[in-house]
Design a protein around this ligand. Sequence first.
Ligand code: GAL
Length: 431
Amino acid sequence: MRRWLVAASITMVSVLGLTACGGGGGEQTAQSPSADSGGKQQVEVFSWWTGPGEADGLAAMRKIFEDKNPTYTFFDAAVAGGSGDKAKALLQSKLQAGTPPDTFQGHAGAELQGYIKAGNLEDLTSLYDELKLKEVFPAQLVEQISVEGKIYSVPVNIHRSNVLWFNPAVLKEAGVAGAPKTIEEFVAALEKVKAKGKVPLSIGSEWTVTHLLESVLLGSLGTDAYNALFKPGADWNSPQVTTALQNFAKIMEYAGDPQDDWQPAAKQVADGEAAFNIMGDWAYGYFHNPPEGGLGKKSKTDFDWAPAPGTEGTYLWLSDSFTLPKGAKNRDGALAWLKVAASKEGQDAFNPKKGSIPARKDADQSLYTDYLADALKDWSSNKLAGSIQHGVAVNQPWLAAINEQVGLFLGTKDVKALQQGLADAATANAQ
Ligand code: GAL
């Protein structure tokens, strides 16, 4: 049986002083929609999809929105920074100031439950009824975006977090026969690559290390014990967690210099400078999309993939969804965006570019080839575990506490302190 994680609530710390990359819409206080020079009403769409790869998916969905809605213009309020760390901080300040964007991206699960419980979102049940959406989204996914039977967002995709990306030529040169299946095999492979003078494991900014940690926890503990970490009374001080964190510390010994974000770290693999990178499947869009937005790399030659070591058979999942914040200036425009995001056409335009599979069950499967065909197959047959870094398993204060501990560990390399810090974070935040 599929194992969906129980979600929890948030109150996020606000961080001021960040600006949206689109300019103009972020600081408006008027409660009526802004118009562009042609008199069209703006719809402010807030996300963090500005970088190579991810922006392509958004552009594909934007095009459909604009074609279908000639009276609206899409205002791109995306804030740069993978995983949305900066975007989410700015969003919180906008929500607190009562100047929300017309719609924003939030992760299904604990993160979204936080916005719901804080009273930030409008109930979208009538939209679900109108478009018969309950029939097209997996019931367990709808559960993650609902509270007391009311549904609060429109999921556009399913992403996989536990993907091991690797460069086949670098592995061959190091004498590594194929993708390592266990943590032990992974460490042995990292050692072989190190001996050849290449970067064994590329990493990006700090959040990418928490991203790595979730795959190592899953690969070390197994699915049931991983999922149990987020239930009330979970034991983060167990010897099994100690072993998992020792594995994490060992693997981190092989990490290269931290890159600015996930894209430059992934690029080291595609360029043959590094052997491995553990990153979500948005990396596929980046590797595969043509050079205007991606790297235009050759699948199976420049890059290849496998489940992160020890995690085969489990989909460490997350889902991007769009919301209707209370007080949106252009509520009708936001609903028009949500209709596109919910549609088969919108999802089939967005996901092949984004490197994700559609949340809808009735998408055109022929569009999902190569890595994405594997993802579709695994999604329908694997066990499920919820991502930590991307909003499923833990709420935002808990994630902030985990990130803080990971940040401290990068300096101290102290496994014992990391375990105690993670245990304290769970005690303080689990609900
Ligand atoms: C995740 C998000 C993905 C992708 C990734 C890297 O949190 O769900 O869609 O954008 O961050 O930025």
